[in-house]
Write a new protein. Structure first.
Length: 567
């Protein structure tokens, strides 16, 4: 009979140091580390040979002066590569004029040579994108079962757990999107030399065929996936949904997870039946398996169809998100703000409408929606509405903003608000019932056309009245809206009347008037009413003239409307 001391111990190790990376430039593979460095971590981050990266001179400036050229990335429209400003500067070339003297700098893509910008025209400006495509993840190189004290063979347990953290150091959410395992050093003996079948009368299945390992979010063992010591089909057997729901990490955040070594806990993992061999006691670390992770930028699981009354399709991944998906994303954005898993995804949508296609049904026809902003509008219940949408198509062309020959009614009592956009109004009734049930009520601040003597002086261009004085003298009203029109300040960077803050969509495209254009059903530009009345012309209202400028017209003039709403 073998005598077992009271505190005989063994520590077994699940090695996790081989990384397979997908998506996102600037990756570095982790090197294998010996068992003696079991407490180390590895960063998967940008390296000196991948884009974007800071040039040597830029790095030297940071070392000397504590600053580099910044984190904005300029993306080449031709090859799609992203670069820091220092890389663009280094690839720039001096161009001479007709007189042979220096005239200007030509900026080119360091990768493909595409011309990036030239001259002073707003249309030629390349807008920098946020540095969101560099993956930097800190994760454990080894996960140790038994801890620093080791596992007590004299007190066997049905399973052993080890907690660990995954930390996302980057500016975009990432996820573990795939896992595979292999015997340590490709030797089956790494497992069979440590573990054996516990009770052959119960189940004689070899330990190499048992699901020895489980992985789950800390404290949520009911969401565990279980797998063998050597398995290449874990990802395909689980599917994308499990990874996106359980191993997604918001930007600048961490998640806690648990690995479990399954021994006799067959009520949690079917047919598991293993024990630790007494012969390996007091032999230090015993490596069991090598784990390979696939790390990618985060993309949410999708359950939508383009045949539904509302959908959002990502044009990069071709995933189609349903109404309930997008509503859930909006609620998370509202609750978590910049720490939401969906923040980068939707802020990128708001900056670049080519990255998505969003449509909803009105009066039996599907129409395009524009994502205007993220966490922009104030909910009447408090906090921010996660997402704001606007119909790209202009409707009811030739409609007066109010039937009265006056703006005195203000936005709150205008005909368009009361009869068209309110609950039960003609436009509201034409929308899908499922969509309107998801619309959130928000507060909107709008100028009231109540003149003061100071406003009259400003309108008459009296020199003694400044714009700041004029702006402070304006009157406002606050309304509770589900469908609404935009205010002029929500579209233009420098309008004459402050009616809210500019939406991300319009702010990003402020240099290009063409991208502001609204469209009617035929695809042409349309003049569309703002909800903003003129503050000093009693019968005038503001409107967007063909999508490119702010003008005013009598309230009974016929323009179109582009309704907006929030989730």
């Amino acid at each position: 009979m073998t005598k077992i001391r009271k505190r005989t111990k063994i520590t077994s190790v699940l090695l996790a140091f081989a990384l397979a990376l997908t998506m996102g430039p600037g990756m570095a593979f982790a090197e294998e580390l010996p068992i003696s460095k079991a407490n180390g971590t590895v960063d998967v981050a940008e390296n000196n040979n991948a884009n974007p990266h800071h040039t040597d001179s830029c790095v030297e400036n940071e070392e000397k002066y504590g600053a580099n050229c910044g984190s904005d990335i300029i993306t080449c429209p031709k090859c799609g590569e992203g670069f820091y400003n220092c890389q663009i500067d280094e690839a720039s070339e001096a161009a001479n004029g007709e007189d042979g003297q220096f005239d200007h700098w030509e900026y080119k893509c360091p990768a493909c040579g595409e011309k990036l910008s030239f001259g002073e025209s707003d249309e030629s400006e390349i807008m920098p994108l946020a540095a969101n495509n560099v993956i930097s993840l800190t994760l454990p190189i080894v996960v140790t079962f038994g801890g620093s004290e080791g596992y007590d063979l004299a007190n066997p347990q049905p399973s052993i757990t080890s907690d660990f953290a995954l930390t996302n150091n980057g500016k975009s959410p990432v996820m573990i999107s795939g896992i595979s395992t292999a015997y340590y050093n490709d030797s089956e003996s790494s497992v069979t030399g440590v573990l054996s079948v516990a009770d052959r009368n119960f189940n004689g299945t070899a330990v190499t065929s048992q699901n020895l390992f489980s992985l789950y979010p800390a404290g949520q063992s009911e969401r565990a996936i279980s797998f063998r010591a050597s398995s290449t089909d874990i990802t395909s057997s689980v599917g994308d949904f499990w990874f996106s729901q359980n191993l997604a990490i918001p930007q600048k955040s961490s998640i806690n997870c648990t690995y479990r070594l399954n021994l006799t806990n067959n009520w949690e993992v079917a047919s598991v039946n293993a024990k630790i061999n007494e012969s390996v006691a007091n032999q230090g670390f015993k490596p069991l398996s090598q784990v390979t992770y696939t790390i990618s930028t985060y993309t949410p699981a999708a359950s939508g169809s383009t045949n539904s009354d509302f959908y959002l399709k990502d044009t990069t991944s071709n995933k189609v998100y349903s109404l309930s998906d997008v509503k859930g994303h909006a609620l998370d954005l509202s609750a978590a703000g910049e720490n939401s898993l969906y923040y980068t995804m939707y802020t990128n949508y708001a900056k670049d409408p080519t990255k998505y296609e969003c449509k909803t049904k009105y009066d039996g026809v599907m129409y395009n929606l524009i994502i205007l902003g993220v966490n922009h509008d104030n909910l009447t219940t408090g906090g921010k509405a996660g997402l704001t949408f606007m119909f790209k198509t202009g409707f009811l062309e030739g409609t007066p903003i109010t039937t009265e020959n006056s703006s005195a009614c203000g936005w709150s009592n205008s005909s368009v608000r009361r009869q068209v956009l309110s609950e039960g109004g003609s436009f509201w009734n034409g929308m899908s019932k499922d969509v309107v049930s998801c619309i959130a009520e928000v507060t909107k601040r709008t100028i009231l056309p109540q003149e003061s003597s100071l406003q009259i002086k400003y309108a008459d261009k009296k020199d003694d009245v400044t714009f700041d004085e004029y702006a402070k003298s304006l009157y406002y009203e606050t309304t509770r809206d589900k469908l609404f029109l935009l205010g002029d300040k929500e579209v233009f960077t420098s309008p004459p009347y402050p009616d809210g803050d500019i939406y991300s969509f319009y702010k990003y495209y402020a240099t290009s008037s063409n991208t502001r254009k609204l469209y009617n059903a035929a695809g042409g530009s349309i003049s569309s009413w703002f909800r903003t009345p003129s503050p000093h012309y009693r019968n005038y209202w503001l409107y967007m003239n063909g999508g490119s400028s702010c003008n005013s017209a009598p309230s009974f003039t016929g323009c179109g409307i582009n309704p907006a709403f929030c989730f």
